[in-house]
Design a protein around this ligand. Structure first.
Ligand SMILES: *[C@@H]1O[C@H](CO)[C@@H](O)[C@H](O)[C@H]1NC(C)=O
Ligand SMILES: *[C@@H]1O[C@H](CO)[C@@H](O)[C@H](O)[C@H]1NC(C)=O
Length: 139
């Protein structure tokens, strides 16, 4: 029997697994994608303009269940808008933000219609909080 088709089949499977797209991964994995994208944004935010660093966002007060992550992503629209004034990496950050949004939307659970917000934080603090809430759901 010719081995080539089998090998390419394995290779294809590996590619599909690496991309993670075709089947819905289990929740822990989804959260891992989310965390990875959040950390990418955190890294990129280190080099944005001072004005962008001063950008403030509301922190959700209720983070008791995984659906509440939507309350973070609801805050992201103005960020994506403000980023257009950034010269470097703006598009890149916007893509990550878009991914984060899509990932959170894909997490199971009903849509949250009412989010309550406690305080405002600078963008860096906002993402730090987002990361720690995400990490809490991974354990
Ligand atoms: C927090 O959000 C969850 C999920 O939407 C909801 O079930 C719960 O009642 C909320 N808690 C408070 C204190 O608002
Ligand atoms: C996030 O997704 C929602 C629902 O698809 C959409 O309305 C919203 O504009 C998106 N926000 C960003 C920042 O991409």
């Amino acid at each position: 029997m010719n081995k080539v088709p089998l090998l390419s089949c394995i290779a294809l499977t590996l590619v599909l697994v690496a991309n993670g797209a075709p089947t819905l991964p289990p929740p822990t994995t989804v959260l891992q994608y989310l965390l990875r994208d959040l950390m990418e944004v955190q890294n990129k935010l280190k080099i944005v303009s001072e004005r962008m660093k001063k950008y403030e966002l509301y922190i959700p007060s209720n983070t008791s269940s995984i659906e509440n992550l939507q309350c973070f992503t609801k805050e992201l629209n103005p960020v994506a808008g403000a980023l257009k004034y950034e010269s470097k990496d703006a598009q890149n950050i916007q893509e990550y933000i878009n991914n984060i949004n899509v990932t959170v939307n894909s997490l199971m659970g009903p849509e949250i219609t009412q989010c309550h917000y406690a305080s405002k934080m600078r963008i860096e603090g906002f993402f730090k909080e987002f990361v720690s809430v995400c990490q809490r759901f991974m354990h």
